[in-house]
Design a binder for this molecule. Structure first.
Ligand SMILES: Cc1cc2nc3c(=O)[nH]c(=O)nc-3n(C[C@H](O)[C@H](O)[C@H](O)COP(=O)(O)O)c2cc1C
Length: 355
């Protein structure tokens, strides 16, 4: 073990997914057997990061990717959450030790795994694929499939309503404006517009409209501004996939550690899907809005948005056959499709280092 090996492990680990590609982590090499991951979250300015949970799940995905990456070098990585740190700035101590272990078969898929936001084929998942996916999340999580045409249509309707909420919410607008890199096929620190799943004309109009909230409200009110993005980014992709899948934890997550564990499950699940040749898109916003609603907290200053969120949470629960308190950790769609041409990349490892 030396510093060079640890840098190679971090170089692979940074390919873990994070909400809007925020990469809420910085790395510190303490010695040849000890890496500290300094986590942060974006709850103060990103409405999707409800209580930091999306960032905490990303931390889990990072820790799991690091653990897998270490196996390439015959190393076992074990982490724990450092005591005394606030939940919005957790530090994870990762200890590495030489072990008689083979490279994990998922390591090959760490860099290949990426979001597919465009329509996929509707070929149903096979029993073998379902079994591999169920195994990937471990015993503390179960999978719920929404795969028939009727179910996919119901999800498409839900996402249609959900997207209306997102696109008419001023607090969400500020997030969208900051996370899209325009005229880009790749982006190191955001989402390139070409990976959003809209056609080039719609992307150009979105870029112009998203210049200001005044333009957004005018365009939405008088020109049906939400229709083209909702058709292309929500309704059609929701129909065109093999299945929507909910990952359901056995127990309601209640602590930082619980969300980190959900992140581990999601990354195992996503890498396994990639290893099966499947593409995946997270569909987290209905779950996140429901977290607000069931906690009795407002999403927006606008009452119309908060009312719409309550209605949406009810529709989601009806669709999933769930009660008000049924916990869900992850929602996504999967299916076969070519590898996306456009994707998010990552900040360079050296820019992710801290002392
Ligand atoms: C907790 C979490 C929530 C996410 N939610 C969404 C989502 O609702 N919709 C979406 O298209 N992508 C979502 N993503 C995917 C990220 O945008 C994506 O991982 C990031 O931009 C990096 O891109 P890559 O995964 O293609 O490398 C989510 C990722 C994580 C980890």
């Amino acid at each position: 073990m030396n510093r060079q090996t640890l840098l190679q492990i971090l170089d692979l680990a940074r390919w873990a997914p994070s909400g809007d590609n925020t990469q809420p982590w910085r790395f510190e090499i303490i010695d040849d057997a000890h890496i500290a991951i300094h986590g942060h979250d974006t709850r103060k300015h990103v409405i999707y990061d409800f209580d930091g949970h999306a960032s905490q799940m990303a931390h889990g995905a990072l820790l799991e990717t690091l653990r897998l990456a270490a196996t390439r070098f015959g190393l076992k990585a074990v982490w724990n959450i450092r005591g005394g740190c606030p939940d919005d700035a957790p530090i994870y101590d990762v200890m590495l030790q030489a072990a008689e272990i083979q490279e994990d078969p998922l390591v090959r898929f760490i860099e290949k795994r990426c979001v597919q936001r465009r329509p996929m084929r509707t070929i149903p998942l096979s029993a073998t694929e379902k079994e591999a996916l169920a195994t990937s999340v471990g015993n503390s999580y179960t999978l719920q499939y929404l795969e028939s045409f009727t179910d996919r249509l119901a999800v498409a309707r839900l996402l249609w309503d959900n997207a209306h909420l997102r696109l008419t919410c001023p607090e969400a607008f500020r997030v969208h404006r900051d996370v899209i890199e325009w005229n880009a096929r790749f982006s190191n620190d955001r989402i390139p517009d070409q990976a959003l799943g809209v056609d080039p004309l719609t992307a150009r109009i979105m870029k112009w409209v998203m210049h200001s909230w005044e333009r957004v409200t005018f365009f939405n009110r008088y020109m049906g501004g939400t229709i083209a993005p909702r058709v292309q980014m929500d309704f059609v992709p929701a129909l065109r996939c093999a299945s929507h899948i909910l990952i359901r934890p056995e127990k309601t997550p209640a602590s930082l550690q619980d969300y980190v564990l959900s992140g581990i499950a999601l990354q195992q699940f996503w890498l396994t899907a990639t290893s099966l040749g499947l593409q995946l898109q997270p569909e987290m916003t209905p779950l996140i809005f429901r977290w607000y609603v069931r906690a009795g907290r407002p999403i927006s200053q606008l009452a119309t948005i908060n009312d719409a969120a309550v209605e949406l949470a009810g529709k989601f629960e009806q669709l999933a056959g769930a009660g008000n308190n049924t916990p869900y950790a992850f929602f996504c769609r999967v299916g076969n499709s070519p590898q996306p041409r456009s994707r998010s990349l990552r900040k360079d490892t050296e820019n992710l280092m801290t002392t």
